[in-house]
Design a protein. Sequence first.
Length: 232
Amino acid sequence: MNLDVFKDEVSKLGIKYTDDMLEKLEKYYELLISYNEKMNLTAITEKEDVYLKHFYDSLTIVKVIDLNSINSVCDIGTGAGFPGIVLKIFFPNIELTLVDALNKRINFLETTVLKLNLTNVTCVHARAEEYALKNREKFDLVTARAVASLPVLLEYCLPLVKVSGYFVAMKGSEDISLAGNALNKLSGEIDINNKFLLPFENSNRTLIRVKKINKTDKKFPRKFSEIKKRPL
């Protein structure tokens, strides 16, 4: 996906962009590739692949959520900043918190935020379940673009979501029927399950939007060892 095609596809998503946003995205790509030589941030390095599989893919979240009406966003297990940094570039109105368990990635993200002149961004070095214990019901939107199963992601993320707020899991494909018990115990309900194909490559994508309907019981999230051993 070259820049012209990226711009066309972003427009099809209904996203308005400026030259400054595109310049920041280009600088983000340059930082990603530069730092990737020192640490493992991504296996995807070809520019057209990054623009499709990381940048465009991150923006597809607008299929299920209006980011213009969202104030606070927390990106759990953000890694190299997907989708969080990309969303912040195109929706500068959001207050963004990036959470990752690897300090090297947080250092990269802090440098990226500084060099892109992004404001209202907080980078947190923490495990998701530990961060959630101290930041319950704090965010309008929580995102996770991760490989963990949906029940596990729900336990990490739903405690962070305000009542009537949303958690959006960005997945390849997922059987949502396996998440019923977790949804009941964590006080959430799936209100959108959007399946589509990534343009050109045609790989499967699923956006699962979960609405927080009540406060989550304070016994969740459990410790990592318990979550891993006995997923909800």
